[in-house]
Design a protein around this ligand. Sequence first.
Ligand code: FMN
Ligand code: SF4
Length: 381
Amino acid sequence: MHSELYQSGQIGSRKTLNRFVAQAMEGNDGADGGAPGERSIERYRKLAEGGWGVVILEATTVSPDSLARINGFVMRRENLEAFKKLVGTFKKTNPDALLFFQITHAGEKAGSFSRPTALYARPEGPPPLSEADVEEIRKAFVGAALLAEEAGADGIDFKICHGYFGCEMMRPANVRPDRWGGSFENRTRFLTEGIGEIRSRLTNPDFILGARVSLYEGIRGGCGTAGADELTEDLEEMLRLPGLLKELGMHYINVSAGIPGRTSEITRPTPQARWFYLHLFRYARLVKELGTGLTVFGSGYSLLKEKGPELAAENIRRGYTDFAGWGRQIFADPLFPRKLMQGDQIDYCIGCSGCSKLMVRQLNDGCSVYDPYYKDLLKAR
Ligand SMILES: Cc1cc2nc3c(=O)[nH]c(=O)nc-3n(C[C@H](O)[C@H](O)[C@H](O)COP(=O)(O)O)c2cc1C
Ligand code: SF4
């Protein structure tokens, strides 16, 4: 059953256990200063036990002032030992599962407890970042990637999705008149110079470089439109990005879409808007069919419950994606791949949005249906 999902895959020079990807999911349970805490470490230990081929560590900011969640992770030297402990526990549980750190800056989505920034002027927004400020953020991405390597991660997932800083840079709406805005070349400079420097400073030749990309954001001037004042989908430009990632020596692209909180269902289909998963499938297929040689991860399988593995296997078989990623399902049942293989009973995500509500309320985040800790937390507020 679903044999394609259990076949080993290839990302860069690394072989994977299978084609299951545990997508990044913020647990908002870091300790003071953004280090992973005991609860965080246990969450990732469970995913290692669950037999996912690839696990992506949740959004981890590159500086303490770029947080979207009050207890989010921050990649800085003070937190290195805690990240090493997380990786050590994960690898001890399952040495063959790959662990990539998603590195990000929350940009305009930073919380009021942090420092929301603006790349380009907006009414009532903070003043736009200077050219030098953007360069500082680029350096912070480089520093975070190198620290991830030092912590023992197998790679990074460079965040260009869901409305965070990486997406803001890429948008046609980014009409900054300096080297960071305007042309496609300028809007991708942050990535090209960032990855270029990361590659030149890494010491592990097998370290994996990937990016999670919102192909279409669904906002005016957003990624996947043809201009600063355009709203409808035009993927011409975003479909140039995978080729660029490949040229930069990157290994995979994790295809997503939308902006949670603004165009939420495009990112995560809900029972009322379940057909959006078809768009997520289509985006992964479009990228895969470019034939760049990048490994492609698809998304949007959680709401499909039992059907998810079947459709994931079909998409792999037909060459529409290489790997299949689950988001909310990793909260609902972190042991999902292992249980599926063994024929054990699985707790399927029902798409109730309980975890999204916990996130919006800035509480520790997990499944409020199957885990009593999060159930009580949601009830209490
Ligand atoms: C509570 C919550 C936290 C999330 N955190 C992240 C994150 O840290 N990074 C990221 O790229 N996506 C994040 N996502 C999006 C998921 O990774 C995934 O793309 C989305 O839920 C759709 O997949 P699914 O239908 O399998 O859940 C989050 C989603 C939810 C609901
Ligand atoms: S809280 Fe609801 S949406 Fe979130 S993982 Fe659990 S069942 Fe799925």
